[in-house]
Design a binder for this molecule. Structure first.
Ligand code: SF4
Length: 397
């Protein structure tokens, strides 16, 4: 679903205004050795009820007839990787993090989905997230997910204001987000993310402030807030009068950062805030340049500098898997310098920043409003988080 990019655990807790207590694991950092961050698995479910106006993801609203065959193919692809019967020739490592996204994973039958997901070899303490549409979530669905170790839910909330949701082309209501958050607690899950988007047409600063206040009131331990972007090929791209305004989005970023920080949710990557200990470990795999497998149509994978991606449509994906072939569409080999540069670009976006030597002294001086030294690291200022690409262009691998 939407952030598009995301842990069997505790007893039910009430969702109060105060954030949940920190989880007992160590503070999040992309500086942890990659081996410690572990191996990630992403599973793509490419079906949606409705195509949102701004969405450029490989998702489909007219292929529900393919769901059963798609899930069967997904299980085959996962089992091949688990046993080394795929192109890698080696059994995949146990997953430290699993993220099931799309698309709308909560659109498919929960029991059928967990039967597939249970084939993923994983550590007992793996972070295991499933993205859900608030309209779909029921306590029974979440208990089914939890039965295989799912311990984190990511909800596509987007806005607390009904007129903003309509303008984004979303079909759920703010009331359903509250109902879904209550269901998460009733199912005995205490870890969840709310995705929100700022900059939709007709969204005032007051609308956005009320969205962030709702996120806090709902007790979300983790929040992903993304500025609306205009992607080629979307319905939004054809309607310039609905395109977001940079200055308005910058003001909304500041509102989110002020309110979330004051509530104890700290920014740890440009678009992500969490109660300490509740940072998304799956994100850390990506941002540290770690290895991950991708299952399903359009899923990407990375193993030791080899990046690959599957065919985009579920139809083609099913055909290939059913005929005994790999679903890989293409791949690229990354040389060491490219890997180092990509890792720096991703780390720059996090609160860990980059090593001092990643930028020339003259560049640090010139961009002093955007990036500041912290010990032997350089970290983006809040103004820098809004202009990270400008800093990124000067990075030296
Ligand atoms: S719910 Fe909307 S934004 Fe999310 S994947 Fe489906 S179409 Fe895209």
């Amino acid at each position: 679903m939407t952030s598009h990019v995301s842990r069997a655990d505790a007893a039910p807790q009430p969702h109060a205004t105060a954030p949940h207590a920190p989880a007992p694991h160590t503070p999040w950092s992309t500086l942890a050795p990659v081996a410690e961050i572990g191996f990630g698995v992403y599973v793509h479910v490419p079906f949606c009820h409705h195509k949102c106006d701004y969405c450029a993801f490989a998702t489909f609203t007219d292929r529900a007839h393919l769901i059963d065959r798609y899930l069967a193919a997904l299980k085959v692809e996962i089992e091949r990787a688990a046993t080394g019967a795929d192109s890698s020739g080696a059994a995949s490592p146990l997953a430290s993090t699993i993220f099931v996204g799309g698309g709308t994973p909560s659109l498919v039958d929960p029991q059928a989905l967990v039967t597939v997901l249970d084939a993923i070899p994983r550590r007992d303490d793996a972070e295991f997230t499933i993205e859900c549409n608030p309209d779909d979530v029921t306590v029974d669905m979440l208990r089914t997910f939890r039965s295989i170790g799912v311990n984190r839910i990511s909800l596509g909330m987007q806005s607390a204001r009904e007129h903003v949701l309509l303008s984004l082309g979303r079909t759920h209501t703010p009331a359903n987000v509250k109902r879904a958050v209550d269901a998460i607690a009733d199912a005995g899950l205490d870890n969840f993310n709310l995705d929100v988007i700022y900059g939709g047409a007709g969204e005032s600063l007051a609308d956005w402030k009320s969205t962030i206040e709702s996120v806090i009131a709902l007790g979300a331990p983790h929040v992903s807030a993304y500025g609306l972007t205009v992607e080629n090929g979307t319905a939004l791209a054809d309607q310039p009068d609905r395109h977001p305004d940079d200055d308005d989005q910058a003001d909304k970023y500041d509102i989110a950062d002020d309110l979330l920080a004051a509530s104890g949710r700290m920014n740890y990557e440009i678009s992500n805030w969490a109660v300490p200990g509740r940072e998304c470990r799956h994100n850390a795999v990506y941002w540290s340049g770690g290895d991950y497998a991708g299952f399903g149509s359009a899923a990407h994978a990375h193993r030791g500098g080899r990046r690959s991606w599957n065919v985009r449509t579920p139809d083609r994906y099913i055909e290939l898997i059913e005929s005994g072939k790999s679903a890989e569409s293409s791949h690229e080999e990354l040389d060491d310098r490219t890997r180092r540069l990509e890792r720096l670009q991703l780390q720059l976006r996090t609160r860990d920043g980059v090593p001092r030597e990643a930028l020339a002294d003259a560049d640090v001086e010139e961009m002093s409003e955007l990036v500041q030294p912290h010990g032997d690291r350089l970290v983006l200022t809040r103004a820098g988080r809004l202009l990270a690409n400008e800093v990124s262009l000067r990075l030296r691998a």
